[in-house]
Design a protein around this ligand. Structure first.
Ligand code: EPU
Length: 430
């Protein structure tokens, strides 16, 4: 088992490039199976979740080639199967997008129930099922497999989501693209990756309007054709590096972002006392003095993203005063707090609320990531802490952060990726 070893306490300086958005890529790759042609997709983040998705498509019989760094081509013309039940599908949450994509293309689907990051709470898919049923599919779950049958065809319908679910919005959008007539999704999610998926589908010939608002209208088309697309930058990856500066200090230019996507994160870091300036598609974050307590509640976009909650909480461990962090999206997303406590953080969690009393310093400790963003929070804490932090279960972190070790090293961080068999003296930089 590999781990990250961080000698903390060094401020970060320099520039960091932002990769393509992981949560857009994991929807756009399965969407490519609905396209009757070749899709060239640029700005693909080469993280393990994306590599698994590419492998799933290959298992299904699609041609998937990496033709340049971060650029892939997917050829789904030869695809015959609408069954994705291998173990790979269980390894990631986003495999559920195959249900919508198969339904659109074949009017049937059998997909293993998704796995993915475990925050310790329930991750239901009832809203996806409700949407597919509205379009005319019979839905069933048998032996851990989601079975969908729309042999009579898919017909556009009005779907009101009880929760503004990202996954359900995208999944219903996929199936509706190739349905007969118009589908309207109300109370749709508005996250940037929803807009990105809609833009991808539209560039392949779909007719989707309103993505990015809470009402999305999809007029079904007969077929989608191949084309080119470039994925948006990752809002959460960018925010993670910004939170790292808030915790460890320094001044970093985060390069290649969409400034509007960063507003919800920027606002909170400024409230903490960081200086932030936008320069076209870059954003500079500087922390020269102490940071201060804030209150934050995670919400659907354009609110503060739940996927930034652990990283911000890590930075708040070192802010002056007592901060209150409320999780408004997931049942339970504070499992990382036990690990931060090992490093000297003062965090009390009660249900969906964490109360963080800022301390003067954190100290390095052996800790374990429990999910992707929890792992990112531990990296941030390790960068800011005095002494050595060793993070286990880094596989979670590598699901969503491309080249994190190399990117941080270029900012002056002392972080290495080592295998457990290595002694510290033999530690290899990665
Ligand atoms: N929900 C339902 N029923 C459903 C679907 C969701 O009740 O059918 C509830 C969930 O229990 C949760 C809320 O709705 O309380 C939001 O869930 P959503 O469906 O929006 O989440 P998701 O699509 O499963 C994606 C991201 C997550 C991110 C959430 C919220 C992907 C692959 N995952 O998950 O990203 O936290 O949206 O923004 O896009 C991450 O990147 O670390 C990550 C976990």
């Amino acid at each position: 088992m590999d781990k990250f070893v961080i000698h903390g306490g060094k401020p970060l300086f320099g520039e960091v490039p932002v990769s393509g958005a992981k949560n857009a890529a994991v929807a756009i790759i399965p969407a490519a199976i609905m396209v009757n042609g070749v899709c060239r997709i640029e700005n693909i983040p080469m993280v393990s979740d994306v590599l698994i998705q590419m492998e799933i498509l290959r298992e299904l019989g699609c041609g998937v080639r990496v033709i340049a760094p971060n650029t892939i081509e997917i050829d789904s013309r030869g695809l015959k199967s609408s069954v994705a039940t291998s173990d790979l599908n269980r390894r990631m949450r986003a495999s559920y997008y195959l249900i919508g994509a198969f339904l659109g293309r074949f009017h049937r689907a059998e997909v293993a129930m998704p796995g993915g990051c475990n925050f310790g709470g329930v991750r239901p898919i009832d809203q996806h099922m409700k949407g597919f049923e509205a379009l005319g599919a019979k839905m069933d779950i048998r032996n851990g497999i989601v079975c969908a049958d729309a042999s009579q065809g898919l017909t556009g319908a009005n779907v009101y989501l009880d929760v503004a679910s990202v996954g359900a919005t995208m999944n219903i959008m996929l199936a509706a693209c190739l349905a007969e007539g118009q589908t309207v999704i109300e109370n749709a999610a508005k996250e940037p990756h929803i807009v990105d998926l809609a833009n991808f589908l539209n560039s392949m010939g779909a007719d989707i309007m309103g993505a990015g608002t809470d009402v999305i209208k999809i007029r079904g088309v007969k077929a989608l054709q191949g084309g080119f697309y470039s994925i948006i930058p990752d809002q959460i990856e960018a925010g993670t590096y910004m939170a790292a500066v808030a915790a460890a200090g320094g001044s970093v230019l985060v390069k290649g972002i969409i400034p509007k996507h960063m507003d919800c994160i920027t606002a909170k870091l400024e409230e903490m006392g960081c200086e932030i300036s936008e320069e076209e598609d870059n954003i500079r974050v500087t922390r020269s003095g102490p940071t201060h307590k804030i209150q934050v509640k995670t919400m659907y976009y354009p609110g503060f993203p739940t996927d930034m909650q652990p990283q911000l909480a890590a930075a708040l461990c070192l802010a002056q005063g007592t901060s209150v962090v409320t999780e408004g999206v997931w049942e339970n997303r504070f499992r990382y707090s036990d690990e931060l406590r090992r490093m000297g953080a003062r965090i009390q969690v009660d249900g969906k609320v964490a109360v963080i009393e800022g301390v003067e310093k954190l100290t390095g400790a052996p800790v374990r990531a429990s999910d992707l963003r929890a792992g990112a929070a531990l990296v941030i804490a390790g960068l800011a802490a005095e002494g050595v932090t060793e993070i286990e279960e880094i596989g979670y972190i590598e699901r969503g952060y491309e080249d994190i070790v190399e990117k941080l090293r270029r900012l002056g961080a002392d972080i290495t990726r080592v295998t457990v068999a290595d002694t510290p003296a033999m530690a290899k930089a990665n």
